[in-house]
Design a protein. Sequence first.
Length: 197
Amino acid sequence: MKQAVLTKSLNFITKYKNYSEEDINKLKYGLEGIYLTITKMIIIVLLSIIFGIFREVIILLFLFNIIRYFGFGVHARKSSECLIFSILCFIIMPIIFLNSKLDKEVILVAGIICTVLLLFFAPADTKKRPLTNFKKKLIRKLITILIGGIYIYLSLSIDNYTYSILFILSVVIEAIIVSPITYKILGQSYNNSKIVD
């Protein structure tokens, strides 16, 4: 089904204009990314509705994408790996944490550990998008730590347990995806800017 959708989309785009082979390859890559994102989101949303955590998952995705924009992190090589990892992070983890009733002390410890991980490992690049500019990398690191710090502070200071967990969980997920251990588990290279150099 994926190939059929991509082929029809590509045929429609290239119908009225001639593109170079390189442009067609870029279009294919972009279309595949859009297709995978949409299908993954449909599955995540359906699962969140089934488990009764739709609102929480939408808020978590929003918070996470803000910090991920600056902190980057690993991308799965296969769409199946990405889907499994996404279900783990955005369905299973929220269900566990929202039903655990964690103390503020546990949240504080999680926050400290995540801050240390972000300090050492964010922003984490990928092989396709190595971060070679030191100044931009430093700015992204500082912004990632700042956002993480704000999330942790809000997680500790607000009385609403659900929101408290969603704030800390977004930082936990970002800390996981910038960790070299996660890169190793997914069989991907780490410190890609050094590989480029």
